[in-house]
Ligand binder design. Structure first.
Ligand code: IMP
Ligand code: MG
Length: 174
């Protein structure tokens, strides 16, 4: 049984976080075109906010992976269910993820994209549960570090639900 808890991160703090990340990205990629790759479905809402805060030429593409089943535990196995459409060779690729937990998903995607010889490859996540990392992965941009809690909202789901919550809440296991 799960119970939806109090607000952990408000809409206002999320807005500030996005603005801050976008500012750093604009500076780092000045004069370049970015290929933003959103990891669906979780990154959908974060990416739509982030891309509108970056006034640089950019192309959006999406990838679908699944690493979680219907439970809140990672299976540790990443399935690539839909690849991107763009050829990324010679492009500046920024992968945008909702949250990094064990790091297995982003690490897997890093390997997939590096093999395709982009001009550069960087990783961005809205939230990071650093204490849960099982692989050696350091993202280039992180919106917020969070404690080891299962969170939902702002694109993050539990069994497909709660993605549409405008703020982030803890889901308690009761
Ligand atoms: P990782 O491969 O363990 O880093 O897990 C990353 C994926 O697990 C993310 O893309 C999320 O879809 C999911 N995930 C990890 N932690 C949470 C959470 O607290 N809430 C919702 N989804 C999560
Ligand atoms: Mg998910």
């Amino acid at each position: 049984m799960y119970r939806l808890g109090d607000v952990l991160i408000t809409r206002e703090r999320i807005g500030e976080m996005v603005k801050c990340l976008a500012g750093r990205i604009k500076e780092d990629y000045a004069g370049k075109e970015i290929l933003l790759v959103g990891v669906l479905k979780g990154a959908m809402i974060f990416l739509s906010d982030l891309c509108r805060a970056i006034d640089l030429p950019c192309v959006l593409d999406f990838i679908i992976v699944s690493s979680y089943g219907v439970d809140a535990q990672s299976s540790g196995v990443v399935l690539l269910r839909k690849d991107i459409d763009e050829d990324i060779a010679g492009k500046h690729v920024l992968v945008v993820e909702d949250i990094i937990d064990t790091g297995i998903t982003l690490n897997f995607l890093k390997g997939v994209f590096e093999a395709r010889k982009p001009a550069s490859l960087k990783l961005c996540a809205a939230f990071d549960k650093y204490s849960r990392r099982v692989v050696d992965l350091t993202p280039d941009y992180v919106g917020m570090q969070i404690e080891d809690n299962f969170i939902v909202g702002y694109g993050l789901d539990y069994a497909g639900m709660y993605r549409n919550l405008p703020e982030v809440r803890i889901l308690h296991n009761v």
